[in-house]
Each structure stands twice: as structure tokens, then as C-alpha cells.
Write a protein that binds this ligand. Structure first.
Ligand code: NAD
Length: 429
């Protein structure tokens, strides 16, 4: 069991897997979780590693490594994204799969947790190559995924197009009379291929809503408040878009190419249009390029990490000026940094709550596909807001009642839901 304090010079424990395990054990300790259930939840059910060959545009064959980790399915089919990034490995997939279990349990969804991806830098490949890589990866995963078994969705460097290729490949391997019953094998699809209105913005909208709920609770007016965003992809853009509409001002943004600052404000829509035309934020004229090291130290009210894990470390935490950190990314704050931030009185809206709008939106897409329904954008957004508000209020009230931080409160709610399932159902045989 990992429950001792960690120090900044303990590099192994700085990994995402150690981070999620510490968060889990910390919450489990605080509710004196049944030791048998702790054993079950502390491991991942299935870990699949696939190696598959793909023909490149130049005629050469390259072999890729893909992962899918299924953590727990006590509450329903496994659910979680697919990431294309050089840092994807078994430990990263395990950590991210565990976070998905807590996230779906907290949101009250009938899902478990999974995650996966390919260890690849997608920028090095053409669109045609990415399509073949995705299709061959789907084929390699075979019936280890499925609409009632394990349902992938987009994550870092994957998008609705990736999901459409997965769907098409998966359906093509089924008998003609079974094809349409597999439409919900992935979520986050394009609208024309069975996607849902609002799924594109669901995660960023959820991040924004959590900030709005926090502001209401703290009696803070968001008009004129400043925010910074790390990662200007799906989550970072949409969170910025909605915050800007609420009257807040984006003053610094960082992506993989660098950090861009403008005290007077950067228009999220203008920045996104620029990104769409150029492919990244590099060269954006209406902001000044500053050092990456300065990003987290930027003067602001709200900080939104929306890129990768372990970005807010013990070195960076003391520099943060924001009053609230809204975790758009999964696992952006390491445990040691969190302790320091809490001591400094900074509120952290934890990832499993803050970015859960994505999986809630995915659930709505899955339900529509399953039931042959098509909901309007207004219906989706309204249902999403209602569900997220319930989660937010539950987390805040458990945090207050039990005297724990919001992350521990969120974990407690999730773990207790799973504990009930195991107690009521028992262990087979
Ligand atoms: P994305 O691929 O659309 O965007 C990722 C962004 O992060 C890009 O702007 C990229 O340039 C930036 N980035 C990558 N490496 C960086 C680095 N080292 N420093 C600074 N910026 C860097 O991905 P996304 O879908 O927006 O996901 C972002 C985060 O949100 C991930 O942690 C993901 O797991 C989490 N998340 C995503 C969803 C979703 O629905 N897409 C749902 C829940 C959580």
C-alpha cells in the first residue's frame, strides 16, 4: 500500500500510475475501505498489448505498439479514450484506465473504466497512414472492444475522424445483419456517422460549468477574471470559448510549440481559427511568445491544465498565482504538488469531476445509438449541465461533511458506489 508522504526527489513515484494509486489509497484509508474490495480495485482487470504492421506511403512496413487496459467493469462496460502519443505505455494506460473507473462511478454512469492508445507521434505520419494505423489497430483489438463490452472515445491526438475509422473497421468485420447494432462501439463520432450533438464541446463545457459552479459557491463574479490554459486542443479550446462568453479573459496559453501571453486578452475563437489554418499556435501574432517556464507563474485567477499528466509538480506549484485550478486534463497535478497547493489555500477542482463532461456526453451518444434516438444540441447541453451540477454538489457536500479535500471527496463517492456493487453482488464463484 502506498500511503507515505512523497518527496520531490522520488522520481518513480512521480509517475501517473503512482499518482492515481496514492489518490485511491488515500481516499480508501479515509473510509476504511473493506480490504478485499481494496485488493480488487487496486488492480486492472485486463491489459492488452498489441503489435501490428502497417504499410507506409513509401512502401516500407512499420510495426506499431498499441495498448488497451480495462480496469474495472463492476458497474457496466469499460469506457475510456484512445491516445496517440509517444508517452503511451502500459503504466500510463493503467493509470488513465483507473481514473476512468472513478470518473464514471462518480458521474453515476453505468460504465467501468478503460484507456489505451498507440505509442506514436502522429505528426510524423500522413493522414492516409494514420487511417491505416487506426484501422489495423482496431483489427488487432478485435472483439476485446465492443458496444456492450468496452467503448473507446477520443483523447490526446485522436478525434471524431479517428472514431469514424474505428467504427467503420469494427462494423466491417461483423456479419451484415449485425453491423448497425455496433454503432455504439465508439463515442465521439462525427455527426454523420452516428455522433451526438454537443459531444465535441462536452468536456470543455463541463470544465467551464465546474468553474461557474465554484464561482457561484464562492460568490465570485467571472466577468473580468483572467485565466490561463495549458493545451489548446479539444478541451482547452472549448473551456476557453465558454469562459470567454461568460466575460473572463484568456491571458496565457501554452501548447506543444510554446507559451503565448497577452495581458489584454487573447480571443479563443481567433486563436482557434489560426490553429485550424496553421496546425498549431506557432506564429500567432496577437500574443507575445514567453518562456514555457513562465506559464504557471502567470498572474491570473483561474488555471486550466488541459494537456498531459504530471504538469503541476512540486517545482511549479509554488509559482501558481491562480485561486482555482480546474483540471481539464487527466492527472495534471501530482500528489506532492497538491499538498502544497491545498496548504496555500488554492482550490483544485479534480479531474474526475472537472473533465467528466466528456464521458457524460459520450454516455448520451451511446444511449442515442442504442435506442435509435437523435437529441438536439439544447437537450444534450441541458442534460449535461443537470448531471454535472449533481456531481459537483455531491463532491462539495462530502468534502465539507467529512472534512476532506474535493479530490478525496470525489474518490470516496466513486469508491463507495463500487463497494456497494461488490457487497451486493458478491464475488463469483
Ligand atoms: P488534444 O489532442 O485535442 O489537445 C492536446 C493539447 O495539448 C494540444 O494543444 C497540444 O499542443 C497540447 N500539448 C501536448 N503536449 C504538451 C506539452 N508538453 N506542453 C503543453 N501543451 C502540450 O487533446 P484533448 O482531447 O484536448 O485532451 C487534453 C487532456 O484532456 C488530456 O489529458 C485528456 O486525457 C483530457 N480529457 C480529454 C477528454 C476529451 O473528451 N477529449 C475528456 C476528458 C479528459
Amino acid at each position: 500500500m502506498i500511503s507515505e508522504k512523497i518527496t520531490k526527489d522520488d522520481p518513480v513515484k512521480r509517475g501517473m500510475l503512482a499518482n492515481v494509486m496514492r489518490q485511491f489509497h488515500h481516499a480508501a484509508d479515509s473510509i476504511e475501505l473493506n480490504p478485499n474490495i481494496r485488493k480488487i480495485l487496486g488492480i486492472t482487470n485486463n491489459e492488452l498489448v498489441v503489435h501490428f504492421p502497417v504499410k507506409m506511403d513509401n512502401g516500407e512496413v512499420e510495426v506499431f505498439t498499441g495498448y488497451r487496459v480495462q480496469h474495472n467493469n463492476a458497474l457496466g462496460p469499460y469506457k475510456g479514450g484512445l491516445r496517440y502519443h509517444p508517452t503511451v505505455d502500459l503504466d500510463a494506460a493503467k493509470a488513465l484506465a483507473m481514473w476512468m473507473t472513478w470518473k464514471t462511478a462518480l458521474a453515476g454512469l453505468p460504465y467501468g473504466g478503460a484507456k489505451g492508445g498507440i505509442q506514436i507521434d502522429p505528426k510524423k505520419y500522413s493522414i492516409a497512414e494514420l487511417e491505416r494505423i487506426t484501422r489495423r489497430f482496431t483489427y488487432a483489438l478485435g472483439d476485446n472492444i465492443g458496444p456492450e463490452l468496452d467503448i473507446p472515445a477520443p483523447d490526446v491526438n485522436t478525434n471524431s475522424q479517428t472514431m469514424a475509422w474505428i467504427l467503420d473497421t469494427f462494423m466491417s468485420t461483423k456479419a451484415p445483419n449485425e453491423r448497425s447494432t455496433n454503432l455504439h462501439v465508439v463515442t465521439g463520432k462525427p455527426l454523420g456517422a452516428g455522433g451526438s450533438e454537443g459531444r465535441d464541446r462536452a468536456t470543455g463545457f463541463g470544465v467551464f460549468l465546474c468553474i461557474k459552479f465554484w464561482a457561484k459557491k464562492e460568490k465570485v463574479d467571472l466577468t473580468g477574471k483572467t485565466f490561463i490554459v495549458q493545451g489548446f486542443g479539444n478541451v482547452g479550446f472549448w473551456a476557453s470559448y465558454f469562459l470567454e462568453k461568460e466575460g473572463a479573459r484568456l491571458v496565457a496559453v501554452q501548447d506543444v510549440t510554446g507559451t503565448y501571453y497577452n495581458k489584454g486578452g487573447i480571443s479563443a475563437v481567433e486563436l482557434n481559427d489560426y490553429q485550424k489554418s496553421v496546425g498549431s499556435l506557432e506564429g500567432f501574432k496577437n500574443a507575445q511568445v514567453v518562456s514555457n517556464d513562465d506559464f504557471f507563474a502567470t498572474d491570473c485567477d483561474i488555471c486550466i491544465p488541459a494537456a498531459l499528466g504530471n504538469q503541476i509538480t512540486l517545482e511549479r506549484a509554488p509559482k501558481i498565482k491562480a485561486k482555482v485550478i480546474a483540471e481539464g486534463a487527466n492527472g495534471p497535478t501530482d500528489v506532492a504538488a497538491e499538498e502544497l497547493l491545498l496548504e496555500r489555500g488554492i482550490t483544485i477542482i479534480p479531474d474526475i469531476l472537472c473533465n467528466s463532461g466528456g464521458v457524460i456526453g459520450s454516455y448520451f451518444e451511446w444511449l442515442q445509438n442504442r435506442n435509435g434516438e437523435i437529441w438536439t444540441l439544447e437537450e444534450v447541453m441541458e442534460k449535461l449541465e443537470k448531471k454535472l451540477k449533481t456531481s459537483f454538489e455531491k463532491v462539495m457536500s462530502v468534502s465539507q461533511e467529512r472534512g476532506v479535500d474535493p479530490r478525496t471527496a470525489a474518490f470516496i463517492i466513486a469508491i463507495e458506489r463500487l463497494e456497494q456493487a461488490y457487497i451486493q453482488r458478491g464475488i463469483f464463484p
